[in-house]
Design a protein around this ligand. Sequence first.
Ligand SMILES: NC(=O)c1ccc[n+]([C@@H]2O[C@H](COP(=O)([O-])OP(=O)(O)OC[C@H]3O[C@@H](n4cnc5c(N)ncnc54)[C@H](OP(=O)(O)O)[C@@H]3O)[C@@H](O)[C@H]2O)c1
Length: 363
Amino acid sequence: MAKAPDACHIPHVTGSFASIMGLRIAVVGATGNVGREMLEILSERLFPADEVIALASRKSMGMEVSYGEKTLKVKDLETFDFRGVDLCLMSAGGKVSKEWSPKIGATGCVVIDNSSAWRMDPRVPLVVPEVNADAVLGYDKLNIVANPNCSTAQLVVALKPLHDRAKIKRVVVATYQSVSGTGKEAMEELWTQTRAIYVNDPIVKEKYPKQIAFNVIPHGGDFMEDGYTTEEWKITVETKKILDPSIKLTATSVRVPVFVGHSEAVHIEFENPIDDEEARELLRESPGLMVIDKREDEGYATPIDCVGEFAVFVSRIRVDPTVENGLALWVVSDNLRKGAALNAVQIAELMLNRGLFKRLAAA
Ligand SMILES: NC(=O)c1ccc[n+]([C@@H]2O[C@H](COP(=O)([O-])OP(=O)(O)OC[C@H]3O[C@@H](n4cnc5c(N)ncnc54)[C@H](OP(=O)(O)O)[C@@H]3O)[C@@H](O)[C@H]2O)c1
């Protein structure tokens, strides 16, 4: 499959900042799935950095992580002084973010947070640059910008051009989420259980309530009073905040035994007519998207195809004849990239291009 970055028009840093000076950047959660990917993407996209600092919990102090060709020694978040740091890419879970993001923001450092801690806070913009870039301007109330849930990020990139063209009324989505979305220990659990089945060892369940190897689990996060899970609720409320509060959305979130790459079966009902051909052309021209849609063997994207890619892949575009103005799609992306680290770095690029880092703007 062709490499996506150039084909799917994801703009990098532009303008004079990129060539003049760089930022001091801290990555919190640098030993985790998302943190490691953040370091990789900062380097891949040549994000202008004078210094990159890797932070995690005390137990990881001194551990080494890669930043491009360089190796960084991990420091302890608890004892780190954020004064003089311009940007903090935070991916250490909701509890750590609740405590630390406002403190870090108060030092003047901009925090781009991957957890769910701040996403629905009205003082914090929730941003997917291809969809609602202007919302980032509201960052300065707490100096925090939130990154959406991985399933929401890839979904709204695909929905945005269709919504602009034919106005979405309702979306029904079923997710097929990989275990890397639950962190590095969940990947270990899939691996260990798979091995245990082959060598006849007992199955140990720690991260998931049911066996994940050779199984699927219709349960993400916690159950709510109405029967939905918090993972499903996040997709609904975050899509409304990012794209349009008038969109009705119902989700079923399912964990599948895939290491990396989330997939989504999406059914959309529009206000106005739109057919599959028009949708295909529109999506082909839209930022961040790669359409792989041939009605033949291998004519569609699967999670394995999207690992390490920047794009959100759209396949299986077809008319849903059971509703007026209906379309069905298959949307796949690397959850550690567009679903987390890439989106965070794109937000940083957006802020840099708009001159929103105060120290650089004053220089
Ligand atoms: N994975 C995804 O697809 C995805 C997508 C969107 C958002 N997110 C969010 O991103 C965050 C990180 O996810 P992940 O998948 O990278 O998890 P992970 O692989 O489990 O990594 C967690 C990271 O947080 C660090 N950490 C934990 N407690 C800490 C503490 N008290 N102080 C400092 N650092 C601490 C860990 O450091 P140690 O190694 O030292 O414990 C590790 O670096 C979560 O909020 C998650 O919801 C993930």
